[in-house]
Structures are given as C-alpha cells and as structure tokens.
Ligand binder design. Structure first.
Ligand code: UT7
Length: 368
C-alpha cells in the first residue's frame, strides 16, 4: 500500500496589511485588547480582483514547483474553503482551469477551519487506496468579504490567505500517518453565515439584517475549542502508534493564541512545541495550518524526518487532527518551470472556451 507523502507546498497572502491601529478607526476596539485577547497584531486582506481562486492558484503554482510536478500530472484537486467564489461552480474547478490540470478531478470541501485536515485525509486515503498517484490539496479563504466591519466581535479576528500541498504516492514509509475527524452539527449556529444558501437565499431582507455576514458566539466557540484541540491531538498520536515525545512540532489552527496556550497546557507540553504565526495573519480559517507550515519550512524549523501533528476546530462544528512525517520534495528528476505551464494553461483555457462557444454557435445554426 503506497504512502501519501507531502512533496510540495506553497502559500499566498495578499499584500495589503490591516493593522490593529487601523481597526481602531473602524470599530470600538484597541490594539491592547486585541493583542491580549487574541494574540493578533495584523492580518492580510484581499484587494479588488483578488479572490479565493487567485490566492489558491498562486499557492498551487509554488507547491507544484516545489514538487516538480506538471499540472497535467495531477489526478485530483481538493479545495477546502468556506469562502468559495460561488455556490457553484466549485472553486476547485476554477483552479483546475487556471492551472491547466486537464487530467484532474476537482471538488470543494467545506469543513470550515478544520477543512485542510479533512482535505489532506481525503487526498491521502485516495492515494493509499492505490487508485491515484497525486493530489493537490488547497486551503483558501477570503473571509474579509464576509466580515461585518462594524462587528468588533468578529472583524478583528479574520484574515485572507491560501496554502497548498502536493501529495504523491511513495512506497517508502512516511507522509500522512493517521487522522481523526469529528463533527457535532448541534453547534452549527455558534459560527455561521446564515444567508446566501438555499434556506435564506440572498434578498433585500437578508442583506438589511446582515445575515450574509459571519455570525459568531465567540465565548462558546472558545470553550469548545479549548476542550477539543488537545483531545484530538492526543487521539491522533495514539492512532499513529506514537507518543507525544515523538512529535517534533504541533501545528494548530491559528484562531486565538489563548486557545493554543490552553491546548499546550492540556497536553502538558511547552508552547515552544507549537508553530504559531497568528500575530501576522490572524485567523485565515482553513488556510492557517498550511501557511504556518510553509513558514516553518522556509525558516528551517521543520525538517525532513520530523513527526508533526496538525490540529484544528471550526464551524460545523468540526474538529480533527492529523499526524504526519515530513518528507520534503522527492529527488529532482527535472526542474519544473511554473511560468511556462502558467502561459500554457491560459492558452489552453482560452482554446477550450472558444471551442465551447463555436460548438454552441454551430449547434444553434444547424437547429435553425
Ligand atoms: O476558527 C474558529 C473561529 N472562531 C474562534 O476561534 C473564536 C473563539 N473565540 C475567541 O477567540 C474569543 O471569544 C474572542 C476573541 C472572540 C473574544 O474574546 P473573549 O475574551 O471571549 O471576550 P468576550 O466575548 O468574553 O468579551 C469580553 C468583553 C466584552 O465586554 P463586556 O461585556 O465585558 O463589557 C466585549 O463586549 O470584551 C468586549 N469586546 C471587545 N472589546 C474591545 C469584544 N470584542 C471586543 C473588541 N475590542 N474587539
């Protein structure tokens, strides 16, 4: 049975930085409160033209370049997001087109902030089954588009960004070792975007009442998070046949520094075992774990052979954890040039669009 190794990774965040000081001029808050209660100092916010798929594609090109994998060698694209570009088509399909990954299946997965763990699990299981060889797993969010900038309970927390991993089949031990996934829909109303779906389609009334924004019971979500993060971490370490002392790094969902501190206390491990970057990006939901990992690889903390645990919680409610052995890229056979494939993908996409239009026109003319 092949293992699913993480052979490529990449992240993308918007250039625009929104600081706590700027938020002070927007809502009744202050830098001191935000830092003390959340650990966040700044977050990245998309500008016009930047979307969940543009961030995803930027992260994906980096991951493919790192793995030296051509887009048309991908078998599957899983895009985890709570802020898709549309209800449909799936953001994963937009990414598939922009990459020119013309042999890949593509779908979106929604498990909120736990989504990247769910998506990695699904991708790894598909590889472990032997049915496919390579998967692109993406976590991408543009939460700033769903935040009520007058609600101080939520607008200080969230940021935008994306992270992508390439998973590839490999007979050697390593990669994704175990995962645990949980949910409890009875807490669905604690964190939601109530309108815009089939229950409350967008209307003047839903917009007037702000139902298209993120609504959150922060205290309840906090309580739930502090309970489940350590619990899921312990569970997955057991499922992988490991002990906590075997784990080099724990990479938590970056929602609130106090939640991460509570998890460290619950696990009786020092906070230094956790990779934390919440101060610079805020809560980027499903993207927070891959972004933290990309930074830890870039600065040399995370090394080949390290055993790691990813742990997250989020809307749904969902929570889960995943244990992995970091492998790094496979030996380079040929160096991929992402810029070349980017141009090729654009041309192919253009050709496909033209062909569809032309076929439609011919069909219409024949019918007439
Ligand atoms: O990915 C999952 C997404 N969500 C989360 O992870 C959220 C989890 N929850 C949290 O992180 C925390 O509950 C928050 C950061 C949202 C809030 O922190 P808290 O320590 O739970 O504050 P609180 O809601 O208990 O509010 C304490 C006080 C309240 O004032 P009173 O009633 O004591 O007078 C709030 O009105 O702080 C006030 N407050 C603020 N003050 C300044 C709430 N938000 C702000 C703010 N600036 N932005």
């Amino acid at each position: 049975m092949p293992y699913a190794h993480i052979t490529g990774w990449g992240m993308a965040v918007p250039n625009r930085i929104l600081t706590n000081a700027e938020l002070e001029s927007m809502v009744a808050t202050n830098d001191e409160w935000i830092v003390a209660r959340t650990g966040i100092r700044e977050r990245r916010i998309v500008r016009a033209g930047e979307t969940s798929s543009t961030l995803a594609v930027e992260a994906a090109w980096k991951a493919l370049g790192c793995a030296n994998l051509k887009p048309n060698e991908l078998d599957l694209i899983i895009c985890s997001t709570s802020t898709p570009e549309h209800i449909f088509p799936a953001t994963a399909c937009l990414v598939q087109d922009k990459l020119g990954a013309n042999k890949a299946g593509a779908f979106d997965l929604l498990a909120a902030c736990t989504g990247f763990i769910y998506a990695l699990n699904m991708g790894a299981q598909a590889i472990r089954s032997g049915s496919i060889k390579s998967v692109l797993v993406i976590g991408t969010e543009t939460l700033s588009r769903f935040v009520n900038w007058q609600d101080r309970n939520t607008c200080i927390l969230f940021g935008d960004g994306a992270g992508a991993f390439v998973l590839q089949a490999n007979q050697e031990f390593g990669g994704i070792l175990a995962s645990v996934l949980h949910s409890d829909g009875s807490g669905g109303d604690l964190l939601s975007v109530p309108a815009g779906g089939s229950k409350h389609p967008a209307s003047e009334a839903t917009i007037r009442s702000g139902m298209h924004f993120i609504h959150m019971d922060g205290r309840e979500v906090f309580r739930f998070a502090t309970r489940v993060m350590a619990q899921a971490t312990r569970e997955v370490i057991g499922a992988a046949g490991l002990q906590i002392q075997d784990i080099r790094w724990i990479i938590p969902h970056q929602a609130n520094l106090r939640i991460i501190e509570a998890a460290a206390r619950g696990l009786k491990v020092p906070l230094e075992k956790f990779i934390i970057n919440i101060e610079r990006y805020g809560n980027t939901s499903t993207a927070s774990i891959p972004i933290a990992i990309c930074e830890a690889v870039a600065d040399g903390r995370l090394k080949a052979g390290d055993k790691i645990v990813l742990t997250a919680f989020g809307a749904g409610l969902t929570w889960g954890a995943l244990a992995a052995q970091w492998s790094g890229p496979l030996p380079v056979v040929r160096k991929l040039r992402p810029a070349f494939y980017r141009i090729l993908a654009r041309l192919r996409s253009l050709m496909r669009r033209l062909r569809l239009r032309l076929e439609g026109w011919i069909w219409g003319r024949d019918k007439a």
